[in-house]
Design a protein around this ligand. Structure first.
Ligand code: FES
Length: 110
């Protein structure tokens, strides 16, 4: 199976897996909507190697770009893609947990 190289990782595409699924499995940041070549939102720049299509997608694909949802990868390729960075979520923390609440700096004793 072909090796996929991105800015952050090298991984092997698994049998029966689309490139989009492989990128998602390995934690990459890829947009998508239709997952079938219609919308073009999964468009990614290909930096090295080539990918083809079993049937031409309806979405516009500029030279040097591929649609990971529907392309066919038969050789090692390099993509302009990065691992998804997790933004801190305000709601990860229980804001009403009195035991772990930060000390108050206003009012109180002097
Ligand atoms: S997700 Fe719509 S073209 Fe790939």
């Amino acid at each position: 199976m072909p090796l996929i190289t991105t800015h952050d990782k090298i991984f092997e595409l698994q049998a029966g897996e689309t490139l989009l699924e492989g990128l998602e499995r390995t934690g990459h940041e890829v947009e998508y909507q239709c997952r079938s070549g219609y919308c073009g939102s999964c468009r990614v720049k290909i930096l090295q190697g080539r990918a083809g299509y079993a049937t031409l997608p309806l979405a516009f694909v500029a030279p040097g770009e591929i649609l990971p949802c529907c392309c066919t990868v038969t050789e090692d390729i390099m993509l302009d893609c990065r691992i998804r960075r997790r933004e801190p979520d305000l709601f990860d923390q229980d804001l009403f947990d009195a035991e772990n609440a930060p000390e108050s700096t206003s009012g109180g004793e002097r």
